[in-house]
Each structure stands twice: as structure tokens, then as C-alpha cells.
Design a protein around this ligand. Structure first.
Ligand code: CO
Length: 278
């Protein structure tokens, strides 16, 4: 059974550069930072609520991560769901006819892991992980932690062609069900959406209903796939002021309590801060 978003994987050119944003400005504490030689990556995990952001820097040219960087540039690469039994998830996926990348679980940064092919999941590369070490202890918070006070991954936005079809896929593949009390048509944003709760976060399915705007542009250029990472913060005005003081371009939160950060600062991630008082 899937319990939460374990992490969202982000491919970056340089882990050190990316840490300047994710650790030093956003204030996320680093739990793991190591080179996995056989996979040709340096992986860095940063804690945000019950989840993590996984920065992946290729250390060789002949890996999937290196090819992703060369063809698409920096940005979101995969989402990892935590399961108490990755082998069972993989057998379940095989039985459902989901295309697998890994035929058997292997050891990765997050524990015992396995990847599913994005073509079975609306363009999302999905990883399952069963941690083998106890949950990473909360390390000392970086200085910026107090200013931004990132609380959790609020939601991961996935652009899809058709909401009912995508709801069916996520139900079938991952037993994730839509919360019918939320979502619907948002003409002002040119989208239709649906929220699928998992742990303390949501998967937001987003369907463009107009031909202009960022969602339609993403759909036209990239097709279906991971589009938006939304991080909940305690005080969005304060967080944005702190980021702006440090040279990050960010939209003013306004009454909606939402700010979008410049993708030049976030290493290619369409990152949104949203105010959530817990
Ligand atoms: Co991963």
C-alpha cells in the first residue's frame, strides 16, 4: 500500500549550485548526500514535511539522468511513492499490465526501489520505495528554515489530457482516489482539476480547457507529465520577502496566498509556495 510521496526527483546540473537554493534559501535540511557510482549520479535528499526533494546530478554521460539533462534541461524528473513492500507493488504493477522499467527491486538512495515506465502513467516517471534505514532523523535546520518555514509538499501538479481518464489510471495503478469535495472547473485559470490525496499531500490532475496560458503551453510542448511542485509554507509573505532579498524572482502572493518562483532560481522546477496554517 502506498502511504505518501516519499520524494520528488529533480535533475540538476550541479548539486552544489542547487543546494544554494534548496538548502540555503528555501531552508530545507539535507538528510543524505552521496554519489551512487553504479548509477552515475550524486543524489541529495532534502526534507520537506514527511517527504523529500531528491536532487540528482549526473556524474557520467551515459545514464538516463544525464540524457534527461541533455535533452530537457534541469527540472522535475520523477515522483516516488513510499510503500511498505516494493516487491509486492512491483508484482501488482506487472499483473495490472503497467510497463515496468525495473523487473525486480534494487537498492537506491531511498531504500529498495523500482521504477515504472512513464507511458503507463500519463507521462510521469514513477518510483516505488521501501526505506531500509529508519526514517532520516530531522537534521539541524539551516538558517533560512525559520524565514521560509516550508511545511510539506502541498501538491504535485500533473498535466493530463483528460481528467476522468487520468483519474481512472491513478485509481487502477496506485489505488489513489479523487477527493470529490474539491476540484472542478476553474475558467479564470483555464483549467479543470482534481485532487488525489496521498499522505499529507495531494496529486493534482490538471487539464487545460483553453489554448493559452502556462498549462496549455506545457501540454502543447511536452504533452502530459509533471508540471508543478507546490510547497506549503506558514507565512507566504514572509517567505517571499526573504527569497526576494536573496535575489529570487517571485510573484506577489496577493489574496490567494500563492507565489510562483522564477524557474531560473529553482533549477527548472515550476515551484509554487502556498500559505497553509496548520
Ligand atoms: Co528517486
Amino acid at each position: 500500500m502506498l502511504s505518501k510521496i516519499h520524494h520528488v526527483g529533480v535533475v540538476v546540473k550541479s548539486g552544489d549550485e542547487a543546494l544554494r537554493f534548496y538548502r540555503d534559501l528555501l531552508g530545507l535540511p539535507v538528510t543524505v548526500d552521496r554519489v551512487v557510482d553504479d548509477q552515475g549520479v550524486r543524489g541529495i535528499l532534502l526534507k520537506v514535511g514527511e517527504s523529500e526533494i531528491e536532487l540528482l546530478e549526473p556524474t557520467r554521460d551515459d545514464t538516463g539522468v544525464a540524457r534527461f539533462l541533455a535533452t530537457r534541461g534541469e527540472g522535475m524528473h520523477h515522483v516516488c511513492f513510499e510503500s511498505d513492500d516494493v516487491a509486492m507493488e512491483l508484482e501488482g504493477a506487472r499483473a495490472k499490465g503497467i510497463e515496468l522499467i525495473d523487473q525486480a527491486p534494487r537498492i537506491g538512495l531511498a531504500g529498495r526501489i523500482a521504477f515504472l515506465h512513464p507511458k503507463s502513467n500519463h507521462g510521469c516517471l514513477v518510483e516505488y520505495a521501501t526505506p531500509i534505514e529508519p526514517a532520516h532523523a530531522a537534521p539541524a535546520a539551516p538558517q533560512a528554515a525559520a524565514q521560509v518555514a516550508a511545511r510539506k509538499i502541498d501538491h504535485l501538479g500533473i498535466v493530463v489530457k483528460d481528467i476522468p481518464t487520468a483519474q481512472g489510471t491513478f485509481k487502477h495503478n496506485f489505488a489513489l482516489a479523487a477527493d470529490t469535495s474539491r476540484g472542478g472547473e476553474l475558467p479564470a485559470l483555464g483549467i479543470r482539476n482534481s485532487f488525489l490525496p496521498i499522505g499529507e499531500s495531494d496529486i493534482e490532475l490538471i487539464q487545460p480547457i483553453v489554448s493559452e496560458g502556462p498549462v496549455a503551453k506545457f501540454a502543447a510542448e511536452r504533452g502530459e507529465g509533471m508540471f508543478l511542485l507546490s510547497v506549503a509554507v506558514a507565512d507566504v509573505e514572509r517567505a517571499v520577502a526573504h527569497l526576494k532579498e536573496n535575489g529570487v524572482r517571485a510573484s506577489n502572493p496577493g489574496s490567494g496566498g500563492v507565489s510562483f518562483l522564477s524557474m531560473a532560481s529553482t533549477h527548472g522546477v515550476n515551484l509554487q509556495l502556498v500559505q497553509r496554517r496548520l
